[in-house]
Write a protein that binds this ligand. Structure first.
Ligand SMILES: [Zn+2]
Length: 114
């Protein structure tokens, strides 16, 4: 089966697949979950790395089936995007229960907390 390419695709969560897809050392965001028979990606958890997305996602191998990822231009934009995800998802359907932490040595505030 031919693999689809692009931001929408999800990838199997293995070391080989991560190394194959995430070739830049970069801050970024990721989603973890599984794919339904009809090809819909169901998000179960998500997170970010402020420095190295490839290494961070490897911490989750064995706990989820598939991942999606997005590079971020810097730690702040990765943080803001993770906050946006956190506030957007229904907490009952997501394994992530605590608010994203600020990047180390930063004073960024979540723009979505009221
Ligand atoms: Zn917040």
């Amino acid at each position: 089966m031919k693999k689809s390419i692009g931001m929408k695709s999800s990838y199997i969560l293995t070391q080989k697949s991560i190394d194959c897809e995430i070739t830049k050392i970069s801050a970024g965001n990721f989603a973890l979950g599984y794919e339904t028979k009809s090809g819909l990606f169901v998000v179960e958890n998500f997170g970010r790395s402020d420095t190295d997305l490839n290494t961070e996602i490897k911490n989750w191998i064995g706990r989820y089936e598939r991942f999606k990822f997005f590079y971020a231009s810097n730690a702040k934009s990765a943080f803001v995007k993770e906050c946006k995800n956190y506030h957007a998802f229904d907490k009952k359907k997501i394994d992530k229960k605590t608010h994203p932490e600020k990047p180390n040595n930063s004073d960024y505030d979540c723009p979505y907390c009221k």
